[in-house]
Design a binder for this molecule. Structure first.
Ligand SMILES: Cc1cc2nc3c(=O)[nH]c(=O)nc-3n(C[C@H](O)[C@H](O)[C@H](O)COP(=O)(O)OP(=O)(O)OC[C@H]3O[C@@H](n4cnc5c(N)ncnc54)[C@H](O)[C@@H]3O)c2cc1C
Length: 288
């Protein structure tokens, strides 16, 4: 692969574990993950799923230096019936010595307790079994842009953000305590989050932006990290910058999914505006 493309690995499912009724932990293994370099606390991978349930094929990296953009053009050129689905997920844990990666999948739709529409990735995760094969590209940084390496002290998100929130908390400097506001379906979906004072929001019992409005922020400068459903993320960011007066460089935010749109659907104008607002990281800080 050309230098600016992260590595591609074909991975086998070696572990499947229910975490909560709506979240399934899947462990992936491949010799290609041996020595994989962690890149950020909220590192993401692209997961490729074959439409026929077999081994996904992804195009080789272009030799002409066109990098990620050139590779993506090739991916889109694969006829739709053969093109694997590509979805973004967080690396919950990476063990480069064992060549293993843990990913926590939210099961949405298809009769799951949260209702809504299913998608190929949630459907795959609900049925995944030992020996299944997926493609993995990455890891790459997701939204982490800490000015001057400042630790995150406010974490906001829904269950899709829980893997990143848990990983970020595990990497906080000793003695740092964060506040987390997390929306899940109900009490059965709550997870242990050591290192944070957690405010759980149960769907139907209030909204994520309202819960953030009600929360007391930690004292002193706050670097906030926000991810989850895109419109909720926007509302939370607007509140933190507009009403709480946080410097916008101190609010890292990423829409992880869009209501009624799949990850194959084109970006909306609002998505493009969000990308424009995501400022580059200061020199030396993690960026994505
Ligand atoms: C950087 C990044 C990291 C992410 N990390 C994780 C992770 O670790 N774990 C995880 O589970 N997800 C994670 N996500 C979110 C995940 O990529 C999306 O939820 C994705 O849409 C799932 O693909 P799908 O094939 O299941 O559904 P799609 O085919 O993309 O969508 C089908 C339908 O389902 C709806 N939908 C999608 N997600 C949800 C949801 N969570 N709840 C209810 N409805 C939904 C869509 O609006 C659409 O109507 C991450 C996203 C990003 C960008």
């Amino acid at each position: 692969m050309s230098q600016d493309l992260p590595a591609y690995a074909l991975c086998r499912v070696v572990g499947v574990e229910p975490l909560t009724p709506r979240m399934r932990r899947i462990t992936l293994a491949s010799d290609d993950l041996l020595g994989a370099r962690p890149v950020a606390p909220d590192q993401q991978v692209k997961i490729f799923l074959a439409r026929d349930g077999g081994v996904p094929e992804i195009p080789a990296a272009p030799e002409d230096g066109s990098g990620v953009a050139g590779w993506y053009v090739r991916y889109l050129a694969v006829p739709e019936e053969r093109r694997p689905w590509m979805r973004s997920y967080t690396v919950r844990a990476l063990d480069p010595d064992a060549g293993r990666m843990v990913v926590d999948f939210v099961l949405h739709g298809d009769g799951e307790p949260g209702g809504g529409h299913a998608g190929p990735a949630s459907r795959w995760a609900a049925r995944a079994a030992i020996g299944d094969v997926v493609g993995v590209l990455g890891p790459a940084v997701a939204g982490y842009r800490s000015p001057d390496g400042e630790p995150v002290r406010l974490l906001v998100g829904d269950e899709t953000a829980l893997p990143a929130i848990a990983a970020i908390l595990e990497q906080l400097p000793p003695g740092t305590r964060a506040v987390a506001v997390v929306e899940v379906d109900g009490p059965a979906e709550e997870q242990e989050l050591p290192g944070a004072d957690v405010h759980w929001v149960h769907r139907g019992g209030g909204s994520l932006p309202d819960a953030v409005r009600a929360v007391e922020l930690p004292e002193g400068p706050v670097f906030a990290w926000v991810a989850g459903e895109a419109s909720a993320v926007r509302a939370v960011r607007r509140h933190l910058v507009g009403e709480r007066g946080l410097d916008r460089r101190r609010v890292a935010f990423t829409g992880y999914w869009r209501r009624d749109l799949t990850q194959d659907d084109a970006p909306t104008e609002q998505d493009m505006a969000d990308v424009a607002e995501q400022l580059p990281a200061p020199d030396g800080a993690a960026s994505g």
